[in-house]
Design a binder for this molecule. Structure first.
Ligand SMILES: [Zn+2]
Ligand SMILES: [Zn+2]
Length: 250
């Protein structure tokens, strides 16, 4: 057993941190996807009928992704705690208060930008077959598909937040909000029905945001609607196909 003075102690601590983070991501996935799957059973009974085999595959790929997400998150969390790495801050007075909502938006927009371009690249035929076909094997996707990615795609997704925390200051509470939005939108966008009111989805504000009605068309048509949170890049690059017609989710 390594003690504090042992040269292997940091390695043991990093491995433990990665294991803890993997467990947190896996439990977060099981609770969020499980919760929305239950909501689906209540709100849209029978929507996942006959999809048990597919859901099994979605669960296996997602749990593998949890391990891939947990490793860099664990290393960064360890470095933050032990060596003050990253620009994550805990004292709300460190930066002006207005920075909190702005940093939330900056993180979401940066993640969205990275996702849009890597996602588009993964729709090139060769890359699609290797890295992205796994995600599109869900037809139609369910709440369990939120993290159903091939390991290559999971790796492209996992670097974003761990890199951003070294570059852009963020309060730890705002970071938790970013991770919560990421988790909830990842599940609800794949759930197979629209959770947001029609009035919002079809409003001016809704016109800039991605919800299930938008991402559903990506899974149906493939070569459009690549974004994650915002329709900015899709609109700018002419890849926006709008949202699915009302009633698509019945
Ligand atoms: Zn998807
Ligand atoms: Zn895709």
């Amino acid at each position: 057993m390594a003690d504090a003075a042992s040269p292997t102690a940091p390695i043991v601590a990093i491995v433990l941190s990665a294991l803890v983070m993997t467990a947190i991501v896996a439990v977060r996935y099981l609770l969020s996807s499980g919760g929305f799957a239950l909501a689906t059973r209540a709100k849209r009974p029978g929507l996942y009928k006959g999809l048990n085999r597919q859901i099994g595959a979605e669960l296996r790929w997602s749990l593998l992704s949890a391990a891939i997400y947990g490793i860099p998150a664990g290393v960064v969390a360890w470095g933050w705690q032990q060596h003050g790495w990253t620009r994550i801050y805990t004292d709300a007075g460190t930066y002006p208060l207005w920075w909190m909502p702005v940093s939330l938006f900056v993180y979401l927009f940066a993640h969205d930008t990275w996702f849009y371009w890597t996602h588009r690249l993964m729709h090139e035929p060769h890359a699609f077959r290797i890295a992205h076909a796994v995600h599109h094997a869900s037809r139609p996707p369910t709440a369990w598909a939120a993290m159903a990615f091939h390991p290559i795609e999971a790796i492209t997704g996992t670097v974003v937040i761990p890199v951003l925390v070294f570059l852009i200051p963020i309060h730890v509470g705002v970071l938790l909000a970013v991770l919560t939005i990421m988790t909830v939108m990842g599940v609800t966008n794949h759930m197979g029905w629209e959770i947001f009111p029609r009035a919002l989805v079809h409003s001016r504000l809704g016109g800039g945001l991605i919800t299930a009605s938008h991402h559903h068309l990506h899974h149906e048509k493939y070569r459009c609607n690549y974004g994650l949170y915002f329709r900015f890049w899709d609109r700018l690059c002419g890849t926006d196909s709008g949202v699915a017609q009302p009633g698509w989710d019945r």
